[in-house]
Design a protein around this ligand. Structure first.
Ligand code: MN
Length: 293
């Protein structure tokens, strides 16, 4: 008989949200972490959180106009409001609350990210996350891709003890698998925990793991208390997490197998070497990443 010894992941830090900045004129966000500063969370490169903000009705959609990416994936999660995407590989998509857009830039893409048409017309509250996921060197030259991960087709698992729910965007929770296809093992879970309850979770051993508290608060593995708009960074070692929710909480769990390769980034390009960055800039300037129609 084998004995499995599940070890609790150590909390390495609780990161405060830095000041807000605008991405284009549509997305007021705080960068909860970035690959060019601490903490190191490979395969995740960056996480921007756009806490709820109000937009009045408008005639023209706000957002970020045509811009390139190469070498990684952008994952956009809509919590409130509506985001529309269009890219040079011919993909188009509009995501609303509960939906996720998983864009694989890989060899290179040009896209725009705007508020949705209806949202622009009516105004409302926008709340979103954008996560950048690195690709291993062998997939950085793969053709670009796009997945609409529709909320209504994403499995939701009830936690034991009426502690809340886990919506599995990627990876697996208990017997449910998330619909997003990933290049390396990744867990991405949209969790809602109930005040006063405890959620006990397992992630695969050896993964980089972090929890973004969007709303609510609590404690993770006996840490000091965590507030909304804070990021809990956990050690790669160990696989169990225990989250005590002090209030009704919305938490995003990200966990992934680290890609132990050099990371060299410049703006929208993340590659392995300086030469590849110079090549990316040249290829974009020469139109090799395409254009929007
Ligand atoms: Mn982009």
């Amino acid at each position: 008989m084998t004995t499995t010894l599940n070890r609790s992941k150590k909390v390495l830090g609780i990161e405060q949200a830095p000041p807000r900045h605008w991405v284009g004129d549509g997305f007021p966000v705080r960068s909860m972490f970035s690959y060019d500063s601490a903490p190191a969370l490979s395969p995740f490169l960056l996480l921007d959180y756009g806490a709820p903000s109000e937009f009045p009705p408008a005639l023209a959609p706000r957002g970020v106009g045509e811009h390139p990416h190469r070498g990684f994936e952008t994952v956009t999660i809509a919590y409130q409001g509506e985001v529309e995407h269009r890219d040079s590989a011919g993909h188009k998509g509009r995501i609303g609350p509960g939906d996720v857009q998983w864009m694989t830039a890989a060899s290179g893409i040009v896209h725009e990210e705007m508020h949705g048409r209806e949202f622009t017309k009516n105004g409302g509250t926008l709340e979103m996350v954008q996560l950048w996921v690195n690709l291993p060197a062998r997939f950085k030259k793969a053709p670009p891709g796009y997945q609409d991960v529709v909320g209504s087709r994403t499995p939701v698992v009830a936690l034991a003890g009426d502690a809340g729910t886990v919506r599995v965007i990627a990876g697996a929770f208990e017997k449910e698998k998330g619909p997003a296809r990933t290049f390396t093992p990744i867990e991405l879970w949209d969790m809602r925990l109930r005040a006063g309850k405890v959620a006990n979770l397992n992630v695969p051993a050896g993964q980089s793991t972090a929890l973004l508290f969007l709303h609510g608060g609590g404690r993770v593995n006996g840490s000091k208390s965590v507030d909304e708009e804070q990021l809990v960074v956990l050690d790669r070692d160990g696989e169990t997490l225990s989250i005590e929710a002090a209030a009704d909480s919305t938490i995003l769990l990200l966990s992934g197998a680290p890609i132990d390769e050099p990371v060299v980034g410049h703006g929208p390009f993340v590659m392995n070497t300086e030469n590849e960055i110079r090549q990316a800039i040249a290829d974009y300037r020469n139109g090799l990443m395409g254009h929007l129609d």
